[in-house]
Design a protein around this ligand. Structure first.
Ligand code: ZN
Length: 418
């Protein structure tokens, strides 16, 4: 059997309550109708499963059912998102894509002799290095290699251990491997990314997607905050380094960047698209909470019990704000003074609630603080149990239309469709 290869353009979607897979797949079908081949990847992390109280098998079941219902004939994947050695086992059966998260080990020292031995094997990276696509050549010293290895080698060794653990259970070539280093403090420079990829090749991890950290803020559910010119420059450098590393280290030819967008980074889509076209590169872009937010918007739009539930979710999220925000502190930016009171929201009409939450930056009523709070507030819906799930069924058509429309019009179209 040939090794599982990741297609050129893949789109990660999150479906926290396992009700929207069909509506999400419909967005990929719409892209296909317009000639854009975008392959869906359903991603859900251990953290999300724990918060919702769901099992990894539920993601596989929902994806399979959607694929069958809509007659999707192309590939699709189920991503064990941000897994580590202690959390991977629950995902062995149901996933065929693993995002190995080693960010916590960045900066932890590897054994000194391992760093030296690795630097010995990287001898030909030392000196003046020209990477096609990057204007200025780099000067890399042995000290640089040792410093970078000192920061990242331990993390890569750990990724290797997790990769081998999965491979022993599933068989080599039967799954896609991603290594993610996005949830860390500072973006990797081109020489850092190059040395990291050298270490990954050295560790014999057949990596097909890599998620570095990019410059700027990727707050949950709202647009990118940062220097777009700098982002585009770094994104292009990353593409150049990856193309170079594939040839230099014999990494899989399918290796591409993975952008963990935290949903809805609309302003970087145009720079990404330009860069991909110039480099002929592929992309994996991972969204997650944007669909959950469309569920809440759809409930509010449906009115009646749906609107009541949306208001209750907000009121409870406001009450539990500190606890809900704590795990996401690094990736949200909420000004409490800009959050309306539960009392005020209780008096809102459908249209007012939708306008505040819907991600339309041109709308004066759009409230990014409220949106971020609800983004991290899915635990409240999980605690509503059947009340929430039954409403998802009752308001199915309103919600599905929003889920598909959001993914297609705001994400797939600007990124992949002419
Ligand atoms: Zn991520």
């Amino acid at each position: 059997m040939p090794s599982l290869t990741i297609p050129k353009f893949t789109f990660g979607v999150g479906d926290r309550f396992a009700h929207q897979a069909e509506a999400q797949l419909r967005a990929c079908l719409q892209a296909a109708e317009q000639g854009a081949d975008v392959i869906p990847v359903w991603n859900k992390s251990h953290r999300e499963h724990t918060t919702v109280g769901s099992e990894p098998t539920s993601v596989r079941a929902a994806a399979d059912a959607a694929v069958k219902a809509l007659g999707w004939k192309k590939p699709y994947f189920v991503d064990a998102d941000h897994i580590r050695l202690e959390t991977v086992d629950g995902f062995i059966e149901s996933s065929d894509f693993y995002t190995i998260d080693v960010a916590d080990s960045i900066g932890k020292a590897a054994a000194a002799d391992a760093v030296q031995a690795f630097a010995d094997r990287c001898r030909d990276l030392v000196g003046r290095l020209e990477i096609p696509g990057i204007e200025t050549p780099f000067e890399i010293t042995r000290g640089d290699v040792e410093r970078i290895a000192g920061k990242y080698l331990r993390a890569v060794q750990e990724a290797g251990a997790i990769y081998r653990h999965i491979a022993a259970a599933k068989g080599e070539g039967r799954f896609i491997t991603e290594v993610s280093m996005d949830e860390t403090d500072s973006p990797q420079t081109p020489p850092e990314l190059l040395v990291i990829l050298a270490a990954i090749a050295d560790e014999k991890i057949p990596i097909q997607t890599i998620a570095p950290k990019f410059t700027g803020r990727f707050n949950k559910g709202v647009d990118y905050v940062g220097d777009l010119k700098q982002f585009e420059k770094e994104f292009r450098q990353d593409l150049a380094v990856i193309a170079f590393a594939i040839r230099k280290f014999g990494l899989p030819a399918s290796l591409k960047l993975s952008v963990h967008s935290g949903s809805d980074k609309f302003s970087i889509y145009a720079p990404i698209r330009r860069a991909l076209a110039d480099f002929g590169a592929g992309l994996h872009i991972k969204t997650a909470g944007t669909t959950w937010l469309e569920e809440v918007i759809g409930l509010a739009e449906a009115g009646g019990a749906g609107l009541e539930a949306a208001k209750d979710i907000y009121a409870k999220a406001l009450e539990k704000r500190d606890a809900l925000c704590a795990p996401y502190a690094a990736v949200i930016d909420i000004n409490p003074a800009k959050l309306p009171s539960a009392q005020e929201v209780a008096g809102w009409t459908s249209a007012q609630f939708v306008a505040a939450l819907d991600h339309d930056q041109n709308c004066k009523s759009f409230n990014p603080h409220l949106r971020q709070l609800i983004h991290v507030g899915y635990k409240i819906a999980a605690q509503m149990g059947d009340r929430y799930l039954n409403l998802l069924d009752e308001c199915r058509s309103t919600i599905a239309k929003r889920v598909t429309g959001n993914l297609y019009e705001r994400h797939l179209k600007p990124l992949f469709v002419e």
